[in-house]
Structure formats: structure tokens, C-alpha cells
Design a protein around this ligand. Structure first.
Ligand code: FAD
Ligand code: SIN
Length: 533
């Protein structure tokens, strides 16, 4: 057993920025699955949306967020996050974050923040570090963390399950006391015990066959919280990014929406623009509209992909503004200054998650959730581009304030050691990898951009069988990262399907051909699921 004052699961923007706030008040453990920088945050390209220019206003940012969210955002939450954004951005800059700048138009020759544009934003308001914003955020936060003696980072450690009073058989308030954690290198399971645990485990892109997310994104936080009895909200709203690079050798490489923000245009193989038939904002329409339009174009023509063309811009501008995208595409033989980029939609962002308020509080005492794992009400039925890094940094700050205002004393209840199965059978590992593939493929085929009830029900049946099989393996076999993640993607897949079947309408990212319109009864309703324990 390892004891701390603050336990943090995850080392993306949410976990790291919260760690820096609580570190002066006690010993902090950050548990993270792979190396410390490996996270969705690390791959963020476009940037952070926040109001910093005179031409912009909180009111406009709120309006754009509400519009993208298709009626389901919680307006009070939206206002808080939008209005507190600039202060958090300033803190990031003070920590050493270097955002891209440009020459100020005034005569004094100074510099100002360069603001990018993305779909659904009525103003330029995206602060970015060229096209590698997330890498720069992780660098800045991890550098600041390294200066904090109170913070210990446990890399290659994967949280298995939360330790809660209810699971231990206590009656009364359900309280979280930490988590069981698998040390992948040492092949051991530890109990990490703390009065407060922050879930900052990010999203679940790996539930789908095609995704922009790195391998860490297996929905562990949602699955763990669900098993612990927390409410999970709005999981049907999975955002598909319209433009993931289409190339047999490229795994999950995103072509930022900022490319369309700077004039990139979507075209068919024949070079014909097609977005004007779908939305007045054409290629810069909100993400759900663009992803559906591409999906429909590909189905109509039988093409494997569509194309994003920015060749009309000067080569120097493209290389300077998008150095990572330029170099990566070039490594696959595509010179984006001279030829259009083949792209397809891919699962990108989980708009729902563990139900929390804007301070990250879940329904379980001592358990907070911040970042992509959480559902605060900011995104509603469709996240506005670049609002997720903003949400994570604002809510991490608010969670820290809330927690520090009412410290919880350490538990004196006895936490048992982890009990594991001990069977090892190399032949059976093929079943684990087969089940991984099957879940990801069936989610892509049956629970993708366009849904029907029949396909959702088919997915639900298959998932129930798979879960039975996984359950059996889980308890008999020795713990492994693959098996832990498999159990989690199966749980999250099931929650996505259940939420999608609950909602009898097409709203934002949940597009169901059996219910093509909006349903007024669901205009303010979250789809909620909770395990009875
Ligand atoms: P993450 O950054 O994903 O961090 C999760 C952490 O939890 C990781 O350290 C992971 O290893 C760890 N973890 C997970 N499970 C476990 C476990 N069981 N045990 C231990 N550790 C665990 N959003 C924007 O606002 N702007 C953008 O420009 C933007 N671009 C994006 C580009 C790409 C390619 C992707 C994939 C996403 C992008 N997003 C963007 C979304 C945004 O990056 C994420 O929503 C955000 O970074 C999530 O931060 P987080 O801290 O919640 O989670
Ligand atoms: C992008 O750069 O297109 C990603 C932005 C986001 O997901 O918010």
C-alpha cells in the first residue's frame, strides 16, 4: 500500500495542472499508464479557445459553444468556463508555455498572440503553438512539475479500479479511498490510498477502429467510475473529427481543423468542392456536419476518402504555420504545398463522461473527475473545437480550490490487498486480441457517425456476449494491461450504445436515421447510466 494526500490518475493537461495547484498542500502521486507525456493532450494540434482579442467577447464565445452543443449545454457552466479561461491562459504563459505570436499591427513593432480559427467559431480565438500546441503544453507543465518536490510520478502504472467504501462492504455514504494500480514493469498491483482521488484519464477513442487518439485512450476512467457506482452522462455523443490522414501506414494522424481555418477546402477525388451543399459555412461548418457530409460523400461515391486542399496558399505560409503536419505528410510521400491531403473521419473526442459539476465533483465523496473523462455540461451534444483544453485547465483549477477549502482526513479503514487470478495461458491471449478487434470494428460499423436502432441493438447483443467472455478471463487470468483495457473498452462501448438507444432523436453528434429530427422532451435531458451496487 502507498499513502498520499492527493492521488491523480492521468498526466495530461487536467492531471498535471491540478497537481501543480495541490502540491504545496501535501504529497501528490500522479499515476500514468505510459511515459509521463503520453496523453491525448500531447497530440493536440489546433490550440486552446479563449477570448483574448478586442474584436472578440465572452458573449460570442458562449454563443458559439451553445450553438455547437445543439441545445444541450449547461449555460451556467459554459459561462464560467469561458469567463475564467483568460486567467488560466495567463497562468500557463507564466509557467513557461510558449504560444505562437505574430507582429502586432500597431506602429510600436511589438508582438501579439497569433489567433487561429476553427469550425463553429465566429471569431479568431484559438491560441496555439504552431500545430503542436499539446506537445508544448505537456512540456511546460512537466517542466514545472519537475520543480515540485512534493509530486511523485509513477510511469507505466495503470489504474485498475477505484477503492470505494461501498465495494468494501461499508454502508452509508460511498467514499473513494484511492485505487488499485498495476505496475506494468514490476508486474505487481499496489493500493494507492488517498483521501482525494482525481480521475484525469482522458477519453475513449480506442473503442473505435479508426481514431485520432493515441493508444492510452481506452476509456479507463469512465469504466472505473461506472464500476464504482458513479453516474455517467451523455456517452452517445462521440465526436468524429472530419480530417484524419488516410494512408495505409499512418496510424491516427490528425490533420488539424486549423488547416480549414486557414483556407483549406474539402474536395472529392475529382477535385469538386462538396461542402456548399451541406452548410453555409462550407468546409468550416461545425464538426458534426462536416463529418456526416464526408461520410455521405464517401458512401455515395464509394470512394475511400475525400481530400483537403490548401495548395492555393503560399508554400512558405503552410510550412511555417503547420510544420508538423507538413513534415509528417511528407514522410508519407504527400507534399501538402503541392497536392491535396487524403482524409477520412475518425473517432476523436468523448463529449460525455463521468457526471460532474463545474468543480469536478462526482456523486462519490472523495472522487473528482476533470478533463475529457468528465461530463460537466460544457459540450452538450457536440463540442466546439478547442474547448476541451480550456475546460480541463479551468476545471482543474476549480477542483483544486474546492478540495483545498475542505480538507478530508486520512481514512482509518482497512483496505485489503488486491486479489488476482493466476492462470497464464499464452494460447488464450489470442482471444484477448481478437476481442479487442471485434469490439473496435463493431463500434465503427454499428455505432458510428450515422446510427439506426437495429444496428445499435445488434451491437448491444454482441457486446453482451463479449462481456461475458471477458468477465471469465478477467477473474481467472493474471493481470495484464491488454486485459484491463479490453474490459474497459467493452464497458465503455456498452455505455455508448445504451445512451444512444435511450435518446429518441437526432441531436448534435447522435444521428439516428430512425429519429431524424429533434425531440422536445429530450431538449434539456442528459442520458444517464449508473450501475446499481
Ligand atoms: P489526456 O490528455 O488524454 O490524459 C489522460 C492521461 O491519463 C494520460 O496520461 C493517460 O496515460 C492516463 N491514463 C488513462 N488511463 C489510465 C489508467 N487506467 N491508469 C493510469 N493512467 C491512465 N482539444 C483542444 O481543445 N484543442 C485541440 O487542438 C485538440 N487537438 C486534439 C488533437 C488530437 C490528435 C487529439 C487526440 C485530441 C485533441 N484535442 C484537442 C482533445 C484534447 O487533446 C483532449 O480532450 C485533452 O487533451 C484531454 O486532456 P485530459 O488531461 O483530460 O486527458
Ligand atoms: C484540431 O486541431 O483539429 C483539433 C481541435 C480539437 O479537437 O479541439
Amino acid at each position: 500500500m502507498k499513502h498520499f494526500d492527493f492521488l491523480i490518475l492521468g498526466s495530461g493537461i487536467a492531471g498535471l495542472s491540478y497537481a501543480l495547484k495541490v502540491a504545496p498542500h501535501g504529497r501528490v502521486a500522479i499515476v500514468t499508464k505510459k511515459n509521463r507525456a503520453e496523453s491525448n493532450t500531447n497530440y493536440a494540434q489546433g490550440g486552446i479557445a479563449s477570448v483574448t482579442s478586442k474584436e472578440d467577447s465572452f458573449e460570442l464565445h458562449v454563443r458559439d459553444t451553445l450553438e455547437a452543443g445543439a441545445g444541450l449545454c449547461k449555460e451556467t457552466v459554459v459561462r464560467i468556463i469561458v469567463e475564467e479561461g483568460p486567467a488560466r491562459i495567463q497562468e500557463l504563459i507564466e509557467l513557461g508555455m510558449k504560444f505562437s505570436e505574430r507582429e502586432a499591427p500597431s506602429e510600436d513593432g511589438g508582438k501579439e498572440l497569433d489567433l487561429g480559427r476553427e469550425g463553429g467559431h465566429s471569431k479568431r480565438r484559438i491560441l496555439h503553438a504552431k500545430d503542436v500546441t499539446g506537445r508544448e503544453i505537456e512540456r511546460a507543465l512537466l517542466t514545472a512539475i519537475a520543480r515540485q518536490p512534493n509530486i511523485e510520478i509513477f510511469e507505466n502504472h495503470i489504474a485498475i479500479d477505484l477503492i470505494t467504501s461501498q465495494k468494501l462492504g461499508y454502508v452509508g455514504e460511498n467514499r473513494c479511498h484511492g485505487a488499485y494500480v498495476f505496475d506494468k514493469n514490476g508486474n505487481r498491483v499496489f493500493g494507492f490510498i488517498a483521501p482525494v482521488t482525481l480521475l484525469a484519464t482522458g477519453g475513449c477513442g480506442k473503442v473505435y477502429l479508426y481514431t485520432t487518439n493515441p493508444d492510452i485512450a481506452t476509456g479507463d476512467g469512465v469504466a472505473m467510475a461506472y464500476r464504482a457506482g458513479a453516474s455517467i452522462a451523455n456517452m452517445e455523443f462521440i465526436q468524429f473529427h472530419p480530417t484524419c490522414l488516410y494512408h495505409p501506414k499512418a496510424k491516427s494522424f490528425l490533420i488539424s481543423e486549423a488547416v480549414r481555418g486557414e483556407g483549406g477546402v474539402l474536395k472529392t477525388l475529382e477535385g469538386k468542392e462538396f461542402m456548399d451543399a451541406h452548410h453555409p459555412l462550407k468546409s468550416l461548418a461545425p464538426r458534426d456536419v462536416v463529418a456526416r457530409a464526408i461520410d455521405s460523400e464517401m458512401k455515395k461515391t464509394g470512394a475511400d476518402c475525400v481530400f483537403l486542399d490548401i495548395t492555393h496558399k503560399p508554400a512558405r505560409f503552410i510550412i511555417e504555420r503547420f510544420p508538423n503536419i507538413y513534415q509528417t505528410c511528407l514522410s508519407y510521400g504527400i507534399d501538402i504545398t503541392k497536392e491535396p491531403i487524403p482524409v477520412v473521419p475518425a473517432a476523436h473526442y468523448q463529449c460525455g463522461g463521468v457526471a460532474t459539476n463545474v468543480d469536478g465533483e462526482t456523486g462519490i465523496a472523495g472522487l473528482y473527475a476533470v478533463g475529457e473523462v468528465a461530463s460537466t455540461g460544457l459540450h452538450g451534444a457536440n463540442r466546439l473545437a478547442s474547448n476541451s483544453l480550456l475546460e480541463a485547465v479551468v476545471c482543474a483549477h476549480r477542483a483544486a480550490i474546492k478540495i483545498l477549502a475542505a480538507p478530508v482526513s486520512k481514512t482509518d479503514i482497512r483496505i485489503p490487498f488486491w486479489q488476482s487470478g493466476n492462470a497464464i495461458n499464452a494460447d488464450e491471449m489470442v482471444v484477448v486480441s481478437h476481442n479487442w478487434d471485434e469490439i473496435r470494428r463493431l463500434m465503427w460499423d454499428y455505432v458510428g457517425i450515422v446510427r439506426t436502432n437495429k444496428r445499435l441493438q445488434r451491437a448491444q447483443k454482441r457486446l453482451a456476449n463479449l462481456q461475458e467472455e471477458i468477465h471469465e478471463y478477467y477473474w481467472n487470468f493474471i493481470v495484464s494491461a491488454d486485459l484491463l483495457e479490453l474490459r474497459n473498452i467493452a464497458t465503455v462501448a456498452e455505455l455508448i450504445v445504451r445512451c444512444a438507444l435511450m435518446r429518441p432523436e437526432s441531436r448534435g453528434l447522435n444521428y439516428n436515421l430512425d429519429f431524424p429530427g429533434l425531440n422536445a422532451d429530450w431538449s434539456q435531458r442528459d442520458s444517464m447510466v449508473q450501475k446499481l451496487i
